[in-house]
Structures are given as structure tokens and as C-alpha cells.
Design a protein around this ligand. Structure first.
Ligand SMILES: [Zn+2]
Length: 237
């Protein structure tokens, strides 16, 4: 299933811009005329249907949990959420960590012959901080993207609204002291979901523990009480 989805992307047009462009300084989107003058609302609208677009080619939907994020970025985002709430801002999380295959799938939107869809990203594969678990996309439900961006920047985040030519207003990324080249030395190697992008010396992201809690301690307690009751019953008889 996953492989079938990935194989759909073999044959991406050579020479498309974005593959080697670091997030933070993306080039202006190229391709269809509609992408030459992207406004933030158009981009946001296109991004909000991107998860369904991935699923339509056999890839998993975008993760909206914080579970797979880099630990530092996870903590920083919790702080950002709390500060936003204190300011009366509210948002829903639309995308957190992505696999290489998911990011490549997003990048291909609007970049194959005949595909006139609006680009949803300028970063291919691990060139996106999402792949390293260090970026989050939100949709504002109360307050403005500008206020969200100002708050995020004041707390050390990079805000996508500052990307020249690609105003990604719902996007924030956390990578103090890191460059994308450190995280993503070989962008072309990152197109398969099996590739895990982890910095040297950094533990892999925590895996989600979805096993049900064990009932063994409860069984032991009940068993012990039963035995105690039997002892007292024997003594009393
Ligand atoms: Zn993003």
C-alpha cells in the first residue's frame, strides 16, 4: 500500500525548484501561473486539503499529534500554545511531523505535467523541518495569523509568514542553532517513508505507546485480599 503510493511519485520533473532550497529562505514557487503570485489565503486554502490529497495517492494523512515531534520542539510548542491561550488566541494543529514520502508527496502537488493545483510547500523531502519533527502548521480559530506569528517569533520560533514569496502564515519551526543542512545532508535520499531523519547524537522521537494498561497489579491486589480474607475466615471458624 505504502510502496504503491510512493511509486506514484517516481518521475518527478527534473529541475523543479525547491529540492535544494532550505526552508526559511524558499525560492518563489514556480510552475503554473497561479503559483507565481501566491497570497497567503490561497496557500492556506490549498494546504487545508493537502492531507486528503496525500491519502488519494495511498500515503497516510498528515499527523496532527505532537507525539512524534522532536523533544525540544515539542516542549517549545507546548509553551507557545499556553502563551497563545493566555493572549486569547486559539488554533487547531493541522500538521506536525511528516515522513519523507509524505513531504515529497506534498511537494509534488502542482509540480507534475497537467497538475494545475496550487503548490502547498516549497520544501522537498527532509528540506522541510516537518520531517525532522521541528515544524507545526496551525489553522487559527480565534485571532489573526499575524498575532500568532508575532507571538511565536517572540518565543524563538521562525514564522512561515516571513518566507519571501511564500507566505506560509500557519507554519512555525523550531531549530535554534541548527541549519537545514545538518538535519538534511542528502535531500535526494529522503523520499521514502522508511527514512527517519534524526540528528547525530539525538534520540529518535518517542514512539506512541498505545498498548492497553496492564491489569496484572489489580489482579495481584484482589488475589492478596482474597487470601487474607480466607486466613481470617479460617481463624474465626
Ligand atoms: Zn508547515
Amino acid at each position: 500500500m505504502r510502496r504503491a503510493g510512493v511509486s506514484n511519485f517516481v518521475g518527478a520533473p527534473a529541475g523543479a525548484v525547491g529540492a535544494t532550497t532550505a526552508v526559511g529562505t524558499p525560492a518563489t514557487a514556480v510552475g503554473t501561473p497561479a503559483n507565481d503570485a501566491l497570497d497567503w489565503a490561497t496557500l492556506l486554502g490549498a494546504q487545508q486539503s493537502a492531507s486528503a490529497a496525500l491519502q488519494s495517492v495511498g500515503l497516510p494523512p498528515l499527523d496532527t499529534s505532537l507525539d512524534q515531534m522532536n523533544g525540544e520542539a515539542h516542549q517549545a510548542f507546548l509553551a507557545l500554545q499556553a502563551a497563545a491561550t493566555a493572549q486569547g488566541l486559539a488554533f487547531t494543529v493541522r500538521s506536525t511531523r511528516r515522513s519523507c514520502a509524505q513531504q515529497h508527496g506534498l511537494w509534488l502537488i502542482g509540480r507534475t505535467p497537467g497538475d494545475e493545483r496550487t503548490h502547498v510547500t516549497n520544501a522537498d523531502g527532509c528540506v522541510s523541518w516537518h520531517v525532522a519533527g521541528r515544524a507545526v502548521d496551525v489553522t487559527m480559530t480565534t485571532g489573526t495569523y499575524a498575532d500568532f506569528g508575532s507571538l511565536a517569533k517572540s518565543m524563538g520560533w521562525k514564522w512561515g509568514g516571513d518566507f519571501p514569496g511564500f507566505p506560509d502564515v500557519g507554519h512555525v519551526e523550531w531549530h535554534p542553532g541548527l541549519t537545514i543542512e545538518q538535519v538534511c545532508p542528502v535531500p535526494s535520499a529522503c523520499s521514502d517513508a522508511s527514512v527517519d531523519v534524526t540528528l547525530p547524537g539525538e534520540p529518535p522521537p518517542a514512539t506512541v505507546d498505545d498498548t492497553p494498561p496492564s491489569t496484572a497489579p489489580l489482579a495481584f491486589l484482589l488475589g492478596s485480599l482474597g487470601l487474607l480474607g480466607l486466613v481470617f475466615y479460617k481463624r474465626g471458624s
